[in-house]
Design a protein around this ligand. Structure first.
Ligand SMILES: Nc1ncnc2c1ncn2[C@@H]1O[C@H](COP(=O)(O)OP(=O)(O)OP(=O)(O)O)[C@@H](O)[C@H]1O
Length: 341
């Protein structure tokens, strides 16, 4: 649904070049919620602004719903007709809501419909439908200043849906909200994704957002996508940085050479098995549990556990094979750098 190829954006700032995006290839499948995560300055905002061509990339292509936006003329306010039409199919939600304070909630939602020239009656009907969809039917006549942060963001979402977009871009939509409001706004995004078949590309600096709402994710660092995939696949990959960030397990164990540290990932029904005690009993070994966490990710129960076994990797080939036979993902940690061997 959204594909970028070789997407590069270089800003010229105080006489020097800042590479905000460096050859980014991204693929967001139709109907999924895709999260881009990364620390400040990683290039996330630039990416989302290039995807709807609010910024024109220095190089590379952006294709949304089969239309190559980068091949269409203009950018920002000077967009050509074809680009404006393609953009109408891309809704955008902002961190600070960007509502007009002098207009009521209803009038804010009507704004994009006014711009496309819809008549008053149809605008009202459509705005009322959208406010109902986001649970704010009773606030139509209120002004933004009379709303909570979560309600303002719901108005922002209703406005973003006015052009019946197939794609919703969300730029840190929950960063200004408290944890409980964040959860309810993310739940709304998920519901809209499912009810309307909306593809959602969101950027965030919070791993919790990825955990609670995303099907797939990409990790950005220094303008590059350093890792991307479906969460269920990433979680099954012991080398995945995203999986480690979703499950910060802390302790790496004693670091002694005569010990083996394993990271065990389980999904679906596997957690129901008491595999640690079975392993201890079967092989008569003492198992030291260093850390464990279980979460529902992409609607699926996923857990990760770090354990330490006595003996070297070679000594533990058989117990490791036993765990793998139980359908568990097992990675042996290389303690010299904390990565899976
Ligand atoms: N208009 C601009 N002119 C010059 N440099 C810019 C401009 N916009 C962004 N940058 C630079 O590009 C890099 C990426 O910025 P970007 O805002 O995309 O990162 P981000 O991951 O969204 O960060 P944050 O989470 O802090 O918003 C940074 O080094 C930033 O300073």
């Amino acid at each position: 649904m959204i594909t970028t190829k070789g997407l590069t954006k270089v800003y010229r700032s105080r006489g020097r070049d800042v590479v905000a995006l460096d050859d980014v290839d991204l693929h967001v499948r139709q109907g999924e919620v895709f999260g881009v995560v990364g620390t400040s300055g990683a290039g996330k905002s630039t990416l989302i602004r290039c995807v709807n061509l609010l910024e024109r990339p220095t190089a590379g292509t952006v294709t949304v719903d089969g239309v190559e936006l980068t091949a269409l003329a203009g950018s920002e306010q000077r967009a050509g007709r074809e680009l404006r039409e393609a953009r109408r199919r891309i809704g955008m939600v902002f961190q600070h809501f960007n509502l007009l304070s002098s207009r009521t909630v209803q009038q804010n939602v009507e704004l994009p419909l006014e711009i496309i020239g819809l008549d008053r009656h149809d605008r009202r009907r459509k705005a009322a439908e959208l406010l109902d969809l986001v649970g704010l039917a009773d606030k139509a006549r209120s002004y933004p200043s009379q709303l909570s942060g979560g309600q303002k963001q719901r108005v922002g979402i209703a406005r973003a849906l006015a052009g019946d977009p197939k794609v919703l871009l969300s730029d840190e939509a929950t960063s200004a909200l408290d944890p409980e409001t964040t959860r309810s706004v993310l739940k709304l995004l998920r519901e809209l994704n499912q009810q309307l078949g909306l593809t959602v590309l969101l950027i965030t600096h919070e791993m919790d957002v990825i955990k609670s709402v995303c099907d797939s994710a990409a990790l950005m660092r220094g303008g590059k996508v350093v890792e991307t995939g479906q969460l269920t696949d990433l979680l099954a990959d012991g080398r995945s940085q995203i999986a480690r960030d979703l499950f910060p397990l802390g302790d790496f164990g004693t670091g002694r050479e005569d010990r083996t540290v394993l990271e065990i990932t389980f999904q679906g029904d596997a957690p129901a098995q008491p595999f640690v005690s079975q392993l201890a009993r079967t092989y008569q070994i003492d198992i030291n549990i260093l850390g464990a966490a279980a979460e529902t990710i992409a609607g699926r129960l996923v857990g990760r556990m770090r354990v330490e076994l006595p003996g070297s990797h070679t000594d533990n080939v058989v117990p490791i094979g036993y765990l793998r036979q139980q359908g568990l993902q097992v990675d042996v940690l290389d303690l010299s750098n904390g990565a899976a061997a």
